[in-house]
Design a protein around this ligand. Structure first.
Ligand code: FE2
Length: 446
């Protein structure tokens, strides 16, 4: 069985590999040899450097990219606050985070098909602060319209990890193009301009904006030199540029949680060649190599970590992206669903693959999410507990129809007023229906 669900993709459309140095040019001999900034770059281009980390970060974590472009990104008007009434209301609603220990579950968020990628971004949960580079924000993004022609967007606040659960995204980025479908994820690093179009109609995605650091592959420890997400399977765009320097472009910036706009006469997608370590990428989750128990016990879900953004504390993540892939369960004498638990990390989870028309797991439906905050208990409902406690433990393949993901964070997650109230999607009987019916099985020994 092929590992990739998208095996027919043109292999020349992408560079392969994550964490390694890439170089790509849309016109041969654009990249300078043996230096980064010649007095006169090839073909009359400008040199621009994009820093993803401080210059002095140790070499293993340093991320910088050199761009060779028709005009520098600085050639634009003054930044103006974007105060469109609708966006203003959204931002106001977004700013009211409520911190609750309640476990919460939401029905699928509506797809807003009258808006584009920028107008359809809704903050659901978050923690920390983009000003001081701590924490994260989590959005549901839905859209039915392409971003306007000659418009680009970027976030100065954080890298955006995009997890589509419906529809197809075409991302035109400064460094090249990415097509992203459900069962794939993409990351657009902080500062990189992009434009989103929808070749297949309305979309809905969840997205994590990482205020602090960058995503990397988790260390494998005693697993060895391969497994989980392998570096070679990540796809990075090749350089692609457009010649347009006599029209009216706008670039919208998310900066400290607010939106600003500039005008410029040239396309921001004018990078003819680039080389470096700071780039957007995508990953097909069908290529994930699962590791699991082949004897007994349900192993911690950290074995399904695709990407991690480490904090300064060893082993503690600002955010992990976890994917529960198709996998064989063979464990003996084991309660196979997750045990009941309370965790130091907060969990935000949902479903990603419309393998069934309306996939559903214990009240969680495609497009909905659940949040289990720090130290709030959760686990199977009573039906699943009874079934899993009594089923015959033969090998079964899990996760073929329903695929779930989780954003996990060491922060306490605040939830927006919009999600809790305005969206109308909060399930008000979550605790009551899920855990209160659990029966007492205790029998004191005679
Ligand atoms: Fe959990």
């Amino acid at each position: 069985m092929p590992l990739s669900v998208f095996e027919h993709e043109d292999p020349h459309q992408y560079l392969m590999g994550f964490g390694n140095y890439h170089q790509t040019e849309a016109i041969n001999n654009t990249l300078p040899v043996a230096q980064n900034s010649p007095q006169k770059p090839a073909y009359g281009l400008y040199t621009e450097k994009l820093s993803g980390t401080a210059f002095t970060v140790p070499r293993a974590d340093n991320q910088q990219t050199w761009l060779y472009r028709i005009l520098p990104s600085a050639a634009h008007s003054k930044f103006e606050p974007l105060f469109a009434e609708e966006l203003k209301q959204k931002l106001a609603s977004d700013s009211q985070l409520q911190y609750t220990p309640d476990q919460v579950r939401f029905d699928p968020f509506d797809i807003e098909d009258s808006v584009d990628w920028i107008g359809g971004s809704r903050l659901v949960a978050g923690s920390g602060d983009p000003k001081t580079k701590t924490g994260l924000a989590i959005y549901v993004i839905s859209a039915g319209k392409d971003m306007a022609a000659r418009q680009a967007y970027y976030s100065a606040d954080g890298d955006l990890l995009i997890v589509p659960n419906q529809g197809v995204l075409d991302l035109q980025t400064e460094l090249g193009r990415l097509r992203v479908r459900p069962n794939e994820i993409a990351v657009v690093p902080r500062g990189i301009r992009y434009r989103v179009t929808l070749p297949d109609g309305p979309i809905r995605a969840f997205a994590l904006e990482l205020y602090q650091g960058h995503f990397k592959l988790p260390d494998l420890g005693i697993i060895g030199s391969n497994g989980l997400a392998n570096a070679r399977d990540f796809q990075v765009p090749v350089a692609a540029y457009e010649e347009d320097y006599d029209s009216d472009w706008s670039v919208v910036a998310r900066f400290n949680g607010e939106l600003f706009k500039v005008h410029q006469t040239h396309s921001p997608f004018d990078v003819v060649a680039w080389h470096g370590l700071y780039y957007p990428f995508k990953y097909d989750l069908g290529r994930f190599n699962s590791i699991g128990s082949v004897s007994y016990d349900h192993i911690d879900p950290s074995i399904y970590t695709v990407l991690t953004a480490p904090s300064d504390s060893p082993g503690v993540a600002v955010a992990d992206f976890v994917f529960f892939p198709p996998r064989w369960l063979v464990m003996e004498d084991t309660f196979r669903p997750p045990w009941y638990h309370r965790n130091a990390m907060a969990e935000f989870s949902g479903l990603i693959d419309p393998g069934l028309k309306t996939p559903k797991v214990e009240g969680l439906t495609l497009g909905g999410i659940q949040i289990h905050n720090v130290m709030s208990g959760h686990g199977s409902d009573s039906q699943l507990f009874e079934a899993a406690s009594n089923e015959k433990l033969v090998p079964v393949k899990e996760g073929t129809k329903i695929k779930a993901f989780m954003f996990e964070t060491s922060s306490v997650l605040g939830i927006t007023q919009w999600a809790l109230v305005d969206s109308g999607k909060l399930q008000r009987d979550y605790q009551k229906s899920k855990w209160q019916p659990l029966k007492v099985h205790f029998k004191k020994p005679a």
